[in-house]
Design a protein around this ligand. Structure first.
Ligand SMILES: [Zn+2]
Length: 221
């Protein structure tokens, strides 16, 4: 199965039970029966966990990481295994299970992936958050704006810092290259850990005058 995914083909079988998947469901990762056992966070509990870490109007995630080995493998596969098509497929899965809230204007909404520093992006070959955003975009029909944010420093991390140094670093870690302030922004990332990265990106979006309205991540660590 992993072999198929690496080649970028959509598998026709559930990777867990090998049952045949429905035709035309490109976004399906596994059959409903198998995915029913995942630590699902698509409901209200995901929203609560996310808002505890990062305060924003709209917050959605897919599943809890760590407890399910196969889901960890999926994330590793697109994060370190070079499989950007798998990231897009998970994005389609997310976009299919969550919807664009009615109150937002589709003509102003954009999906903005959390940026990698350019050096890291060159080493990995792509930004996985960008491909997740592309998957959501194919369902929600709103554009991905990957150049809205830029990461300024390489290698500096917001984790393991006390609150004061984290606040200081996060103010200078990300910046918006588009200061026209006309977008309603949904930030997209693969995994939410402390929420400090998403908050730092949200601050940068707001400093440039855009409206920061939501966060969407595939998983919650
Ligand atoms: Zn299955």
């Amino acid at each position: 199965m992993v072999r198929y995914l690496k080649n970028g083909f959509f598998p026709k079988h559930c990777p867990i039970c090998e049952e045949l998947l429905d035709e035309g469901c490109d976004w399906l990762i596994a059959c409903d029966l198998c995915s029913a056992h995942w630590p699902d966070l698509r409901g209200p509990s995901g929203l609560v966990f996310m808002k505890e870490r990062c305060f924003v109007e709209y917050a959605q995630t897919g599943f809890r990481l760590r407890t399910e080995k196969r889901l960890n493998q999926q994330v590793n596969e697109f994060k370190y295994g070079g499989n950007r098509f798998l990231a897009r497929r998970w994005g389609q899965w997310l976009g299919t299970h969550h919807s664009l809230p009615n109150e937002y204007q589709p003509n102003r909404c954009v999906l903005v992936p959390v940026p990698l520093h350019w050096k890291k992006r060159v080493i990995r070959g792509y930004n996985q958050a960008h491909w997740i955003a592309k998957g959501i975009s194919s369902v929600w029909k709103i554009p991905v704006h990957s150049s809205l944010l830029r990461r300024r420093h390489y290698g500096k991390s917001l984790t393991n810092l006390d609150r004061k140094s984290r606040n200081e670093l996060s103010r200078e870690l990300y910046e918006s290259k588009d200061a026209n302030g006309r977008f309603q922004v949904f930030l997209v990332d693969d995994v939410m850990t402390t929420g400090s990265t998403l908050s730092a990106c949200g601050d940068a979006v707001q400093r440039a005058g855009h409206e920061w309205i939501g966060i969407i991540t595939l998983a919650l660590a």
